[in-house]
Ligand binder design. Sequence first.
Ligand SMILES: C[S@@+](CC[C@H](N)C(=O)[O-])C[C@H]1O[C@@H](n2cnc3c(N)ncnc32)[C@H](O)[C@@H]1O
Length: 260
Amino acid sequence: MSSSAPRLSDAELLARMQSFHWWHSIALRPGLTTFGGKTELILAQEEQALLAPFNLVGRSVIDVGAWNGFFSFAAKRRGAARVLATDSYIWNHPVWRGREAFELARGELGLDIEALMVDPPDITEALGQFDVVMFLGVFYHLYDPIDVMTRLRSITRQMLLVETHSDLTGDARPGMVFYPGAILNQDATNWWGPNPAAMLHLFLQLGFTRIFYRDHPTLGRTRGIYAAFTPEVEDDLVLRFDEHWQDLDVPGAIEGLLSP
Ligand SMILES: C[S@@+](CC[C@H](N)C(=O)[O-])C[C@H]1O[C@@H](n2cnc3c(N)ncnc32)[C@H](O)[C@@H]1O
């Protein structure tokens, strides 16, 4: 809780929570959890899949497209020394008012998290370097995701963690589907669906040298999770990849992912 703001009563906090549309369900106080499109259970499974393999203690983390901040908060609670939450589209959205909701959650949780309004296409290396770059649920929203991935490479010291909608997963050739209009989930902000082969070769093209993949914990092969490492990765960043993860940069890995 920010030291300057008076502490809200439970009733006042509930009223503030109810004044926003939430994407993340975040427990702010006992019995007071935000009403997110993503449930607490789904988020717990996503956090386990996305963050449990890594040792974030003492590391710097940027969350690109943080929305309400669930994964920024999770990284801080997992020991990250510095966490920078960034967003633009949803933070500036007049209906979703994502920045205000993020600020309410950040203030209530009392976590030392930095925030910066920046659109992914405007990210440059002037932002500095981060041990871990989280890019979760954003790739497919971008008209030019390859340009943004190039920008993210320039700020990644050790690992770029990407979660994205996938398509063409039965094809070993690198490919992405383009969704004009609102044909993907009736959402005009959805543009692209890459397959694992496309992501693998994009990461390699950008100078990442090791790439690991797993399916989404609840949505399966329709979404992919990628951990891409720079040559500078420290040995102790990875705690353990469980059986859900596979090494993607070895011969036959892509073929092994194809549906029978
Ligand atoms: C599905 S949410 C993902 C939020 C969070 N990272 C997570 O994984 O739960 C999509 C995020 O992408 C961001 N975004 C960035 N550029 C966008 C764009 N051009 N259109 C829509 N969303 C965009 C939104 O602001 C939002 O935070």
